[in-house]
Design a protein around this ligand. Structure first.
Ligand code: APR
Length: 233
């Protein structure tokens, strides 16, 4: 790969799989046990808030039982030691990147440990269960909902992400199936602006053909090895 200083990394559910969190697609995935439209759309929230809130309460509770793995730790080391620009964009709503110590991080699909007011858009840290109609401390409306970007909603900080993709010279995708846009299109944007592209995934993803290089294997092995390479340059 050519010389690079400015790195953007996209992570998906595959990076948290070895910590014990289920991915979405494939055998045993979250979308095998639930229909996306029942728990992850604005319509589902309006139609059956108790079901939607319960789904995310269970996932929030599951976070307490898991810990960051070697892949999260390696990216935290990269964040601490990489002297150039770095932005880690995660599709994950777990908090394993920050628990590993990563700071240059953005959650594009929201966060399990946060609540969003549907009335005033306030976001507040929320570690425990979130019953429907919980009042918002900022505006008083009984409108707190899980701070999750549902299908059909705009992901967070897209302008900042687009700017970072246009400016990076290396784009790396880790543990994501490339099934959900806009994240699935980041590789094409980065290529368009001239970045090198690398995929680290257990199996070829939907977008594998777009990457200059694809390495297959578990994130817990591939990511620490790649970070060692980058920091040794
Ligand atoms: N190491 C590396 N990759 C892995 C591992 C592992 N240990 N285990 C699984 N994978 C790979 C799978 O092969 C798959 O390609 O991780 C990918 C996970 O894909 P998905 O389950 O589709 O998760 P993700 O790509 O993050 O989903 C994107 O879909 O439903 C939405 O909003 C949700 O953010 C999520 C988005």
């Amino acid at each position: 790969m050519a010389d690079y200083r400015n790195i953007v990394i996209l992570t998906g559910a595959g990076i948290s799989a070895e910590s014990g969190l289920a991915t979405f697609r494939g055998p045993g995935g979250l979308w095998e046990g639930h229909r996306v439209e029942d728990v992850c759309t604005p319509e589902a929230l309006a139609h059956d808030p108790a079901l939607v809130h319960r789904f995310y309460d269970l996932r929030r509770a599951a976070l307490a039982a898991v810990a960051p793995n070697a892949a999260h730790a390696a990216l935290a080391r990269l964040d601490a030691e990489w002297p150039g620009e770095l932005l880690i964009v995660t599709q994950n709503v777990d908090d394993l990147h920050e628990r590993a110590g990563t700071g240059r991080l953005l959650h594009m699909h929201g966060e399990l440990t946060s609540a969003l007011c549907a009335a005033c858009d306030a976001r507040v840290s929320w570690p425990g269960d979130l019953p429907p109609k919980t009042p918002c401390a900022a505006c008083g409306a009984p409108a707190l909902r899980p701070d999750i970007v549902f299908f059909g909603e705009m992901p967070y900080q897209m302008e900042r992400i687009e700017r970072a993709l246009a400016a990076c010279d290396l784009f790396v995708s880790i543990g994501t199936s490339g099934a959900v846009y806009p994240a699935a299109g980041f590789v094409q944007t980065a290529r368009h602006y001239g970045a090198e592209t690398l995929e680290l995934n257990l199996e070829p993803s939907g977008g594998s053909g777009w990457f200059g290089e694809s390495r297959l294997g578990p994130a817990g092995v591939l990511v620490p090895a790649w970070v060692d390479e980058v920091l040794a340059r």
